[in-house]
Design a protein around this ligand. Structure first.
Ligand code: AMP
Length: 402
């Protein structure tokens, strides 16, 4: 799916009120409510600063968590407004509501160069229902709509799609960067093009696997999903995670890869343990002969070396999903070494959101890869080649904005 959308640079934003959809869905500490990872706030700064510096008034909005249409003070965006204000070095006016009297009054009085934040969009059930009246009320606060919440563009919600029916709609820098990097890698990859897929389940990534098969030269499989493939090939996987209802599908994928000339590498060795616990003793075993009562929790050292070699010689690498249970330090080696190889390689390297993005950040390597996607589900759907409603609704390059 290729997109050619207008960005904020294509418009005159001076003296305009901008409804800016951000992704401020940040993780909060369950006990204290403090922000535990502010990556999503910092990655919104280039767009916000550009708009403010160019004389726009910014009405930022986002969802946070899953309040399911109910007001819930634990999911208030106030904590984001406070941190955003520190990062910008200027006040961020926090609205007490979303489309209510307070938001309307604040928006009406907002001056060029000033910023405000609406309350959590999902306090209204109309948001996720893409209710046109709710979308119209949001749009009524501003002159232009800017979409910068890449993590939400696979959803047709009022703030990601509905508002675009009422306002000129363009992309912010964060969204444009995602489209450029992921879209560029998929459309015009430097070869060899290598995809590394991991994580717990095959079923979550069916669409991505099929779609990537027609593009990549080599597919490296790790994580829990490898065991469904290994069992499908007749291997003994002990008590490793496996989706028995996907064995036929795994065989189909392998047949299709063969027909397309795509090399598929499965882990030759595995770090296994008797229990799903960081305290369990790690033992390296043959992935196709895991003893009964043992489960594979990471790729083994021989596999790590083979995968590193593929990454070293690649022109483009897309990585989605950890190679093992990287949350357990004793079973994180495969994920860490793949992440390090990616950081060291000269390939165009794209880390596709979710747990792999969390892993690369945890190891402090995010600045050494070409792009770390801010999306989770959105990244997967983009890789699959699905049309994403939050992007489709934006104005195409060449459109005249009046
Ligand atoms: P996903 O959400 O499908 O990308 O999967 C990410 C999760 O997969 C992480 O929480 C990992 O702990 C888990 N995972 C990776 N490898 C394994 C494995 N061998 N066995 C069980 N879980 C795994």
């Amino acid at each position: 799916m290729s997109y050619n959308k207008l960005t904020i640079k294509d418009l005159d934003v001076k003296n305009k009120k901008i409804l800016l959809r951000c992704d401020f869905n940040i993780p909060l500490d369950k006990e204290t409510g403090a922000i535990t990872d502010e990556g999503r706030i910092t990655s919104s700064l280039p767009t916000i600063n550009y708009l403010l510096d160019n004389g726009a008034a910014v009405i930022a909005c986002s969802h946070l968590g899953r309040p399911k249409g109910e007001w819930n003070p634990k999911m208030s965006l106030r904590v984001v407004s406070e941190r955003l204000s520190e990062l910008l070095g200027k006040p961020v006016k926090m609205a007490k509501d979303v489309i209510g009297e307070d938001a309307k009054a604040l928006a009406a009085g907002l001056k060029p160069g000033e910023i405000m934040l609406l309350e959590n969009l999902r306090f209204h059930k109309e948001e996720e229902k893409n209710d046109p009246d709710f979308a119209k009320a949001l749009a009524g606060l501003a002159d232009i709509y800017v979409e910068d919440a890449f993590g939400s563009v696979h959803r047709a919600h009022a703030s990601t799609e509905g508002v675009a029916h009422f306002l000129p709609a363009v992309s912010g820098f964060l969204l444009a960067k995602e489209l450029e990097h992921i879209g560029g890698a998929l459309e015009n990859p430097k070869h060899p093009f290598v995809a590394i897929l991991g994580g717990s389940k095959v079923s979550d990534k069916l669409g991505v696997i099929i779609s990537l098969l027609s593009k990549v030269d080599t597919l490296l499989i790790g994580g829990g999903m490898a065991f469904t493939f290994i069992k499908a090939l007749g291997g003994s996987i002990g008590s490793s995670i496996c989706e028995d209802d996907r064995l036929d599908y795994a065989r189909e994928v392998l047949d299709k890869a063969k027909a397309l000339g795509v090399r598929v590498l499965l882990p030759a060795d595995t770090v296994a343990a008797a229990e799903f616990s960081n305290d369990a003793t790690p033992t390296v075993v043959n992935s196709f002969a895991i003893p009964d009562g043992m489960m594979g929790l990471d790729i083994g050292p021989e596999t790590v070396n083979a995968y590193i070699e593929e990454i070293r010689t690649a022109g483009t690498v897309i990585w989605n999903g950890p190679m093992g249970v990287f949350e357990f330090s004793n079973f994180a080696d495969g994920t860490f070494k793949v992440a390090s190889a990616l950081a060291q390689s000269s390939a165009v390297s794209i880390v596709g959101g979710g747990d792999s993005a969390a892993a690369i950040r945890k190891y402090g390597l995010e600045d050494q890869v070409t792009h770390v996607s801010t999306g989770g589900g959105a990244t997967l759907e983009f890789l699959e080649g699905k049309e994403l409603p939050g992007i489709k609704c934006l104005l195409n390059k060449g459109a005249a904005v009046v």
